[in-house]
Design a protein around this ligand. Structure first.
Ligand code: ATP
Ligand code: MG
Length: 412
């Protein structure tokens, strides 16, 4: 992509209406634009990051047997009445149609999916079943000052599992724990599996918490990795020695990037979702549900990986792998060389952003590189001649290398 053509340019000043680090940097670097508080538009750079995260999530959900689908955002009031959540779900956006209908904009999808599953399954042979989607959710959040960490509109991956008994659900719950670990690791995040309340859903749940000072949650955890609990339910205090000899428990702020719940028969009971077992006996289906905040993951990555100059994307989710910076592009031979390099990188399948703007200082161009945060900067100028000047976003050192050496550095 040529930067001169890219929709969404960098801005030097922090936006006045943002307080969070993620929103300030993402707006300044040209990834997002605010609609209203808690609602954001994703520009091409931001969309590429979401797409990378989605791909990782899809691969892991498919590997765990998940079947992807897409459910409605406008949801039937009657089904929310059935579960009692039309009144009790406090963040529900309620929408009145001109034609006497009432809807909610979906904050989650049990009320949509369970009635569909009820129509389509009836025997133990249809179970287990794992269904998921990546979709826009709506919640009328009271506080929406954390940029894309807490949206009134946000993207979530939600998977729902359907089982013949508790034991099968519990074993799939462990499979999902592994899948979640893989998803967050691949996104470059160290997410701590944390005991938490199940809210109105279930007795308990597990949250995936990323340590971060700007997080809204607080956890008490062991650095050795064998214990973590949300302070809301923690039975122990910080400073207590870990039972396995890993030293004192710590207390820290964290961001909840995912949450998994054993729902048991909470929703099956509400809708009469049953199946016939081997003996022809009618039994309730046992469920679990598993959420990941896709847009919140993107915001968390920015909160964790940035410095005073801008964002530092992990390679797995970066919008591009290489940022080619052309300097002295007013000189035809340099422009030709830079164009050639851009095309060669593309031919190798390396995602490249090419800063092809003319009459702009090196300082200004480098500042934009640091703000946007693409993992590798490759400079071509009068000075570089046959070679390329390579620098990693988070390192100071620059190297002069040949094109072949560059491919080696990039692992291509
Ligand atoms: P929170 O406690 O932060 O309000 P929640 O526990 O109500 O979130 P869940 O119902 O567990 O959220 O949703 C699953 C995941 O969706 C969360 O772990 C989080 O990553 C993401 N998520 C929830 N609410 C929001 C929001 N308002 N904006 C962005 N992501 C969200
Ligand atoms: Mg949660």
């Amino acid at each position: 992509m040529k930067y001169s053509k890219l929709f969404g340019k960098t801005i030097k000043q922090d936006p006045k209406d943002e307080v969070s680090v993620n929103a300030k940097l993402l707006v300044r670097a040209g990834f997002i634009r605010k609609e209203v508080a808690g609602v954001y538009n994703y520009l091409p750079l931001g969309f590429r990051v979401l797409d990378k995260i989605n791909k990782i999530v899809r691969e892991q959900m498919n590997a765990a047997g998940g079947q992807e689908m897409l459910m409605s955002a406008l949801q039937n009031r009657a089904n929310w009445e059935k579960t009692g959540r039309w009144e009790s779900f406090d963040a529900l956006f309620k929408v009145k149609s001109r034609y006497d209908f009432e809807f909610t904009l979906g904050p989650t999808h049990e009320e949509v999916l369970v009635p569909i599953v009820k129509q389509l399954i009836n025997s133990y042979k249809d179970l287990p079943l794992y269904l998921y989607q990546i979709q826009t959710k709506f919640r009328d959040e009271p506080r929406a000052k954390s940029g894309i960490l807490r949206g009134r509109e946000f993207i979530m991956k939600d998977l729902y599992s359907f089982h013949a008994d508790d034991k099968d659900m519990e074993s799939y719950y462990e499979v999902m724990k592994k899948s979640y670990k893989n998803v967050f690791e691949r996104c470059g995040l160290k997410a701590i599996e944390t005991e938490a309340t199940g809210g109105a859903f279930s007795k308990f749940s597990h949250e995936y918490q990323v340590l971060c000072r700007s997080g809204e949650d607080e956890i008490i955890y062991c650095e050795g990795g064998d214990f973590s609990s949300n302070v809301e339910i923690a039975q122990v205090k910080e400073g207590k020695q870990c039972d396995l000899g890993h030293g004192p428990l710590k207390r820290a702020r964290a961001i909840e990037v995912g949450n998994i719940f054993p729902l048991k028969t909470r929703f099956s009971d509400a809708f009469g979702l049953t199946f016939k077992d081997k003996d022809g006996k009618e039994k309730p289906v046992v469920m679990g549900c598993y959420g990941i905040g896709i847009t919140r993951v993107m915001g968390t990555i920015v909160e964790v990986y940035h410095d005073e100059k801008g964002i530092i994307w992990p390679e797995s989710v970066a919008p591009y792998m290489v940022h080619v910076v052309g300097l002295d592009l007013e000189e035809r031979s340099v422009m030709e060389e830079a164009e050639k390099m851009y095309k060669l990188l593309q031919a190798e399948g390396i995602e490249t952003l090419f800063d092809d703007r003319q009459k702009m200082s090196a300082g200004e161009k480098f500042a934009d590189c640091d703000l946007i945060g693409i993992p590798y900067r490759v400079v071509i100028s009068k000075k570089t001649g046959e070679k390329l000047e390579v620098k990693k976003r988070h390192e100071k050192e620059t190297k002069f290398v040949t094109f072949d050496k560059l491919l080696k550095i990039l692992n291509f």
